[in-house]
Design a protein around this ligand. Structure first.
Ligand code: NAD
Ligand code: TDX
Length: 345
């Protein structure tokens, strides 16, 4: 099978690429990514050694590039991770979120209709359900929870989900959607809570905690998310939505303190700063459907996952220091000149 992974040079997409290369050595994996600030060519460079992997630099909002991708690579499956993904950036500038997350999704699905496809999978988020109150720990997001978004980011992701369902119903597009809770693990861009706190703590800088720090997120180790998507590709029912989450709720302030303790740093580094606008209080996923229907269960407990993640950032300083210095942005051009890149459009 030919599997196109859009956004495969980002955090979860790259982890999915490595997951597939291990799990499906006989499939061809094509990473299609336009390398925004969040895309890092250095992340996928080790995969270029595999004969069944290709990197193609391209934009999901560009119809011509996408048509060329489909003509040359003939994908059987498209898994769409490509997105603008940072809530704070969406609050500062919604425009690009609408373009990439909504228009990009429709351009990809149009190509799927034109060229034919076995499966289109949309990687969505639990943020489409809005938030839950802190004083109702009995409440969880199910697939039946109404969409009720808070930020331009989540509104753009919910819009994309609605389009996917519309393409399925109207055109019979063989699509599935997954809505996952907060991921953490290797290759997480250091603007998001966990990697940001790790690199700031290592530098002895202040750790900015929004509001009172009591907002709750439901953390899932990224490999568990990859396994869930792979299972949906294998056994998921067309036209269905699957929530993914591992009952790993933590208040932000507790996550920050865990990181400080693990790195031997003091809590005086914590800096409570003004709250994010429209800040969602609590996310919590009910994963009963994917567990009961497909047999998915998360394997990594938070204590183990966070230790592994911190160790990864300690062992891979070059990776994030190149991001902080901006050096990572030159990697693709350098590789293309040295003919290290297998393919560009
Ligand atoms: P990320 O920001 O780390 O990576 C996004 C990738 O998409 C980057 O490599 C970027 O270059 C690429 N990209 C952006 N615009 C593109 C375009 N127009 N054309 C081609 N490529 C483009 O994001 P992430 O955290 O890995 O999230 C991946 C997906 O998973 C997103 O759809 C996000 O909404 C969803 N998601 C993320 C989380 C999380 O905790 N990070 C949780 C649930 C769902
Ligand atoms: O500096 C910070 N200080 C802080 O207190 C940052 C960056 C975040 N926070 C808080 C805000 C959130 O309550 O930490 C929590 C997590 O923030 P983010 O890492 O920005 O993630 P979140 O807003 O929860 O969204 C993430 O999970 C769902 C991903 O970025 C989304 O792409 C995904 O859909």
């Amino acid at each position: 099978m030919n599997i196109v992974v859009t956004g495969g040079a980002g955090f979860i997409g790259s982890n999915f690429v490595y997951y597939l290369l291990k799990k499906r050595p006989y499939d061809r994996i094509i990473c299609y990514d336009c390398l925004t600030y969040a895309g890092n060519y250095e992340t996928v460079m080790p995969a270029l050694a595999k004969p069944n992997f290709r990197f193609i630099k391209g934009d999901i909002t560009d119809r011509e590039q996408v048509a060329k991708l489909f003509r040359t690579e003939e994908p059987d499956v498209v898994v769409n991770f490509a997105a603008e993904s940072h809530v704070d950036r969406s609050i500062a500038n919604p425009d690009v979120f609408l373009k990439t997350n909504i228009i990009g999704t429709s351009v990809l699905m149009d190509a799927c209709r034109d060229f034919g496809i076995v499966r289109y999978h949309q990687v969505s988020t639990d943020e489409v359900y809005g938030d839950l109150p802190l004083d109702r720990p009995d409440l969880f997001f199910t697939e039946m929870t109404p969409l009720h978004t808070s930020s331009p980011y989540s509104a753009s992701k919910a819009s994309a989900d609605l389009l996917v369902m519309a393409y399925h119903r109207t055109y019979g597009l063989p699509a599935t959607i997954s809505r996952c809770s907060n991921n953490y693990g290797p290759y997480h861009f250091p603007e998001k809570l966990i990697p940001l706190m790790i690199v700031k703590a290592l530098a002895g800088e202040k750790l900015p905690v929004y509001g009172d720090g009591k907002n709750v997120r439901d953390w899932l180790y990224v490999e568990d998310h990859c396994a869930a998507i792979d299972l949906i590709l294998e056994k998921g029912r067309i036209g269905e939505v699957y929530n993914i989450g591992g009952h790993n709720e933590r208040a932000n302030i507790d996550v920050v303190k865990t990181i400080l303790r693990a790195l031997g740093k003091g809590e005086e580094l914590i800096d409570f700063v003004p709250d994010r606008l429209g800040h969602d209080r609590r996310y919590a996923i009910d994963p009963a459907k994917i567990s009961e229907e497909l047999g998915w269960l998360p394997e990594t407990k938070f204590d183990e996952g966070i230790s592994r993640t911190i160790q990864w950032y300690l062992d891979n300083r070059d990776w994030w220091e190149n991001i902080l210095s901006g050096e990572y942005k030159k990697a693709y051009e350098k590789a293309a000149k040295g003919k290290l890149a297998y393919s560009t459009l």
